[in-house]
Design a protein around this ligand. Structure first.
Ligand code: DHB
Ligand code: FE
Length: 284
């Protein structure tokens, strides 16, 4: 059967993609960000999964006010890097895993979560920047990726509790797939940031640090944090952090297994307008 071996959490700041694509990684400003991912790139090589289930948010790129799915699973065979206004990023196309994605859709919908099934979607920085941070600049991504888009852009957004419960349903779905696959689940976005209005530029290190502590040690309690607390304390775009609870909910301890091992933790301010957070948790 398939299983979830570990979860990876990271910010997805678009300027990180630009720094990589434009060859600016050696600059002192960016060195401070990328050094936090040196361990992770090596770890990815040593823990190469068969599939990555990548929870991210679309930034009005594939979706718009025309159509706003709360949870959308990518079941296509491939997904192109999106043109976000200055041409697509020069990164490999994403190869999907239609069989596992369709199985997860079937299982999770039957567990009473309404998913939108997406057979055509270009993927924006929310998905490609985390892949770049963990995998570097390869000719092809190391394995198939199932994109799972969450609406955290247009209100109403899903609660942390719903995301945490959904993660548990995704774990059950993966574990009922009849092929021996090593699956990683990634939660992306955040950490604290606000890009607009009078509070633009807001960063809250205390909130971020407490969020990381609680995500590791007591995610069930963290899941009860109301969405408005994210917006007040972590900024309007800090709400992206609820997506981390989907990945955390899929870990073994939530289903009565052993606590995960923390392989890596990194936090840095600033990158662009955002606090960068990154965590790797392994099932033991
Ligand atoms: C920035 C961060 C984001 O998460 C995003 O989606 C867009 C921009 C920023 O830091 O500028
Ligand atoms: Fe974002």
């Amino acid at each position: 059967m398939a299983h979830i071996s570990s979860s990876v959490y990271t910010s997805h700041i678009p300027a990180i993609g630009a720094a990589l694509d434009l060859g600016k990684t050696h600059e002192a400003y960016w060195q401070r960000v990328f050094q936090g991912y040196e361990f992770s790139k090596q770890w990815m090589k040593e823990h190469k999964p068969d599939v990555i289930f990548l929870v991210f948010n679309d930034h009005a790129t594939a979706f718009s006010l025309d159509m706003i799915p709360t949870f959308a699973i990518g079941t296509a065979a491939e997904f192109k890097p999106a043109d976000e206004g200055w041409g697509p990023r020069p990164v490999p196309k994403v190869i999907g895993h239609p069989e596992l994605a369709s199985h997860i859709a079937q299982s999770v919908i039957q567990q009473d979560f309404d998913l939108t099934i997406v057979n055509k979607m270009d993927v924006d920085h929310g998905l490609t920047v985390p892949l770049s941070l963990l995998c570097g600049q390869p000719q092809a991504w190391p394995c198939p990726v199932i994109p799972f888009a969450v609406n955290v852009v247009q209100y109403p957004v899903p609660s942390g509790q719903r995301c945490f419960n959904l993660g548990q349903a995704i774990r059950r779905a993966v574990e009922s797939f009849d092929e021996d696959l090593n699956v990683q689940i990634w939660g992306t976005g955040g950490m604290s940031h606000q890009l607009q209005g009078p509070r633009a530029g807001l960063i809250n290190k205390e909130f971020d640090s407490a969020f990381l502590d609680q995500l590791i040690a007591d995610p069930a309690a963290l899941a009860q944090k109301p969405h408005i607390d994210y917006v007040r304390e972590a900024g309007s775009e800090g709400i992206e952090l609820v997506m981390w609870l989907i990945a955390r909910g899929a870990m073994a301890d939530v289903a009565g297994g052993k606590p995960p091992r923390m392989a890596h933790r990194f936090y840095h301010v600033p990158a662009s307008n955002t606090a960068v957070g990154h965590l790797i948790l392994e099932n033991t």
